[in-house]
Design a protein around this ligand. Structure first.
Ligand code: AMP
Length: 388
């Protein structure tokens, strides 16, 4: 067991690293953040910010010698970096789990191997693979890069073999998956924490909406049957067990129009759709990350209140002017979280707010109101199947 006052390391200093740092420091740990960006949101509040590249051997050696354990906030840390650290200090989650989650081909193949459903897909390693793939799958389909895609980036819709070939070139002629576009009833996610000894705690299922491929809202509890929620939980647990996973794991699901639950992808870290846990659960996903990193059992994931989380994107800044935050503070059950990013850009995640209420409908109502007060251009739509 790694106990308070020890130094914990985190690779990556964005908002996830920042919220991990807040949780760890308030639990009495010290935190070192590795991130080359001098403006790193986590670096700004860490005990130490190592401004170095992820392959910088001197920085990694320093971390390996001083940190009691190391975690990551993103899956694209170079594999060699995780392996280098792993030979010196506990790294959780382990590099092999991160390697699976980082690559859509490995990830979807692994999910299938566990007997779990994904959208129909074919691995595209070279342009020639496309002709067969287009025959096998129903069009239109989505072509997604195997690596480095997130928030809808690195993917495009294609409706025939010609478009698929052009799309493959536009994406950089890099390995991809071609995946059928499924009719979505709604999107769900399950976040869990699994300890070194396999003890697992699952957070309540979240019901998510996306706009332009980016998460927009999460509603908890999800408006699905107990059976469906239990099925999602079983599937998430099965993946974590199969990887002998240690840490926080997020699993995203599609519920199709004909009632099938498919796994879309997983993330080997806390997830945007788990930010509701910061205010609505007994332990947040970041506290769970600290616990599992430190060899402690996961804490209770009890939901204290229905909640709606709304992402705040850079789009809400009008020519550099921030939204009128004062409006939000008039709502006593709404909590603001800003990530300390200096520059607002379209599509950039700047923060989020959580609305709590005795009933989910009331939380949704408040969330709509707060959003309307903070932004004039857009309105919230929380109804089912609203994902775009
Ligand atoms: P991804 O980056 O793969 O998580 O995709 C981002 C979002 O695009 C998802 O949350 C869905 O809203 C949508 N999407 C991705 N793949 C599919 C698919 N096969 N069928 C329908 N919608 C999809």
């Amino acid at each position: 067991m790694i106990l308070p006052d020890s130094i914990l390391g985190v690779l990556g200093g964005g908002q996830l690293g920042r919220m991990f740092t807040v949780a760890a420091r308030s639990m009495g740990y010290r935190v070192w953040v590795l991130d080359p960006d001098p403006g790193s949101p986590a670096g700004a509040i860490a005990d130490r910010h190592l401004r170095a590249a992820y392959r910088d051997e001197a920085a990694l050696t320093d971390m390996g010698e001083n940190c009691a354990a190391i975690t990551t906030e993103f899956e694209n840390v170079p594999a060699e970096t995780l392996q280098f650290l792993e030979s010196r200090v506990p790294v959780r989650p382990a590099s092999r789990a991160v390697a699976i989650a980082r690559d859509r081909i490995l990830e979807k193949t692994f999910i299938r191997e566990q007997g779990l459903a994904t959208a129909p897909f074919v691995a595209i390693r070279k342009e020639d693979d496309l002709a067969d793939a287009c025959q096998q799958l129903e069009m239109p389909a989505l072509l997604k890069t195997a690596q480095l895609g997130y928030d809808g980036k690195g993917q495009l819709a294609v409706s025939n073999p010609d478009e698929a070939r052009q799309g493959f070139q536009r994406l950089g002629a890099t390995p991809c998956v071609l995946e059928e576009r499924v009719q979505l009833e709604l999107e769900l996610s399950v976040i869990l924490a699994r300890s070194v000894t396999g003890e697992t705690a699952l957070f309540p299922v979240a019901e998510n909406t996306h706009v332009n491929g980016i998460l927009d809202t999460s509603c908890v509890p999800a408006r699905v049957s107990n059976e469906l929620a239990a099925q999602a939980e079983r599937m998430a647990r099965k993946l974590a067990d199969a990887m002998q996973y240690c840490g926080v794991l997020a699993v995203e699901f599609f519920l199709t129009a004909n009632g099938k639950l498919l796994i879309n992808e997983m993330a080997p870290r806390p997830h945007n759709s788990g930010h509701y846990t910061l205010d609505a659960c007994l332990n947040s996903q970041f506290e769970q990350q600290v616990r599992t990193l430190c060899g402690l059992p996961p804490g209770s994931t009890a939901l204290l209140s229905p909640v709606v989380m709304v992402n705040i994107l850079g789009d809400w800044w009008a020519e550099g002017t921030p939204p009128p935050w004062g409006q939000l503070f008039n709502h006593p059950q709404t909590k603001l979280h800003l990530y300390g990013k200096q520059q607002a850009r379209v599509g950039r995640k700047m923060g989020h707010f959580n609305c709590l209420a005795a009933e989910l409908d009331e939380a949704i109502h408040t969330a709509e109101q707060v959003r309307a007060e903070l932004t004039t251009e857009r309105t919230t739509k929380f109804s089912r199947g609203q994902s775009t």
